[in-house]
Design a protein around this ligand. Structure first.
Ligand code: PEP
Ligand code: MG
Length: 527
């Protein structure tokens, strides 16, 4: 497709706009990810189908635990991590796996979002899988596969195959780069990336991303020493001990941000303050709770009680987002210091940064403005202490319907909006992001829904909130920068909608950047 379009353009048979219009953006995925060997695929036996959560093809031995994935990978094995669902604790194992398969979860579940960010193949919500962690088996249609058995997954179609199917690596050609240059010539929106590590940021740069639209800071709390300090912070009994734990986290966070800013030198980086509920950071098994109690020098009951107290019936609608920063302002203070401290350090090295601090899950103006005050006063303190300063912006995610409805009020304080259409879809439809797999296939089959709204933006409903919030926000702040950072930011029809609504940029996982660039250019041409 790319070769034909570029060849015809070179031969003068078609013009530039026509060449761009000939491209089906979604198909570019195939150029960026491994695919199965076609001959081998014909002989393969489909076990089950799930959601095509992150494109590509992967083959490897089944493991059920993230630690095993990491250990087997170190031992030179290729593995597919099979889980009921994943959580932030599984990150290292997910990174080590060739692909990820989950029984539960929709297109914006943890597994799906993280895998897309990593450019890793993932099939989510394969509800027919019966996973037994104790026996280390997975059963489907009466067939039982064990740990170590081979399995192959196609994240582009959602198919899961028994056995090993050879894969072929992608190759990027000069034609591809030429097409991308052409896209940039016609596009009006810019394309940023969602990235939380210097590696992902670097990858996105090579695909042409011009900034980070969403850096989720939560994963930065999970490795080694960081998780220890994080847990101390969560289990702290008063503000003083909480601040002490946060002071241990500060240098780690700052170092993480330095890496990301450096990878995105000269481009804006939107860093989102801590978003997920705190219970995700504490151990839920008795062994882990005992270890934590020992490390902290407290009785295990203290840990158990705190973990129980953190339990929520509906964590997606619970104590997360800016509700954390408003109840524990010292988290916002620490993150602000880390972000701007990193930017100041790079300034000394001559690296240009454009930090944008983003408050998650705003629903009420005051929720945001309270956070904004803390950010501004912490920044002022830091600048006074260091005798140096840097320009930065403070804005918010618009991902709660109430925020969209009151966008004119919020824009009176917020310098930018970023539409979090994962949560906005969840809360507009009232569908839990993580539990959609049980009814979505039936809704699609019965044509109650035309598309999975977590994949393709629902233009008639959720999209109207995006439009309304953009318009209302700009009535009070005409230059309000608006973007999208939900998963829809890399889906062609949604990208085109964003263009029509007048967003300034879309932000998507690194491997979707080329797709978004072409879709954005097409939208401008179709105007
Ligand atoms: C969103 O809600 O669209 C978003 C980008 O944030 P998260 O997926 O981390 O909730
Ligand atoms: Mg969100």
């Amino acid at each position: 497709m790319v070769k034909i379009a570029v060849d015809l353009l070179r031969q003068g048979v078609i013009d530039e706009k026509t060449a761009l219009q000939r491209i089906e953006p979604n198909k570019l995925d195939e150029l960026l990810h491994p695919v199965f060997d076609k001959a081998a695929l014909k002989k393969a036996n489909v076990l089950v189908k799930g959601l095509p959560a992150s494109p590509g093809a992967a083959t490897g031995q089944i493991v059920f635990f993230a630690d095993d994935a990491a250990a087997w990978y170190k031992g030179g094995k290729k593995v597919v991590l099979v889980r009921i669902e994943t959580s932030p604790e599984d990150l290292a194992g997910m990174a080590a796996a060739e692909g990820i398969l989950t029984a539960r979860g929709g297109m914006t579940s943890h597994a799906a979002v993280v895998a897309r960010g990593m450019g890793k193949c993932c099939v989510s919500g394969a509800g027919a899988l019966i996973i037994d962690y104790k026996k280390k088996t997975v059963e489907v249609d009466g067939k039982i596969l064990k740990e170590g058995d081979f399995i192959s997954i196609n994240g582009t179609t959602g198919q899961v195959f028994e056995g090993q199917i050879p894969t072929q690596d992608p190759e990027l050609t000069g034609d591809f780069n030429e097409l991308m240059k052409l896209a940039d010539k016609y596009t009006k929106m810019s394309v940023r990336t969602n990235a939380d590590t210097p590696k992902d940021a670097q990858q996105a740069r090579t695909f042409g991303a011009v900034g980070i639209g969403l850096c989720r800071t939560e994963h930065m709390f999970f490795e080694g020493e960081k998780i220890k300090a994080m847990r101390e912070m969560i289990l702290a009994e008063n503000t003083e001990t909480r601040k002490l734990a946060l002071s241990k986290l500060l240098p780690f966070q700052q170092a993480d941000f330095e890496g990301i800013f450096r990878a995105m030198a000269g481009y804006p980086v939107t860093v989102r303050l801590l978003d997920p509920p705190l219970h995700e950071f504490v151990p839920h098994d008795s062994k882990g709770q005992q270890e934590l109690a020992d490390a902290m020098g407290v009785d295990v009951h203290v840990v158990v009680q705190r973990v129980e107290a953190l339990h929520e019936s509906n964590p997606m609608l619970g104590h997360r987002g800016c509700r954390l920063g408003n109840t524990y302002p010292e988290i916002t203070e620490m993150q602000t210091r880390a972000i701007l401290g990193a930017a100041l350090k790079l300034k000394e090295e001559g690296v240009v940064t454009y930090p944008e601090i983003m408050v998650p899950l705003t629903g009420i103006l005051y929720e945001f403005s309270e956070q904004e005050k803390i950010i501004r006063s912490t920044a002022a303190q830091l600048f006074a202490e260091t005798g140096n300063s840097i320009e930065y912006k403070v804005g918010t995610m618009i991902e709660i319907p109430r925020a969209a409805l009151t966008a004119n009020r919020i824009a009176s304080v917020a310098e930018f909006f970023s539409f979090g259409t994962n949560d906005l879809t969840q809360m507009t439809f009232g569908y839990s992001r993580d539990d959609i797999a049980s009814f979505l296939p039936i809704y699609l089959e019965k044509k109650i829904l035309k598309f999975d709204p977590f994949q393709v933006l629902d233009q008639n409903g959720v999209g109207q909130l995006v439009r309304m919030a953009t318009e209302r926000g700009r009535t009070v702040r005409p230059d309000l920068k608006c973007g999208i950072c939900g998963e829809h930011g890399g889906e062609p029809s949604s990208v085109k909608f964003c263009h029509r609504v007048g967003l300034n940029y879309v932000s998507c996982s690194p491997y979707r950047v080329p797709i978004a660039r072409v879709a954005a250019a097409q939208a401008a041409i179709e105007e």
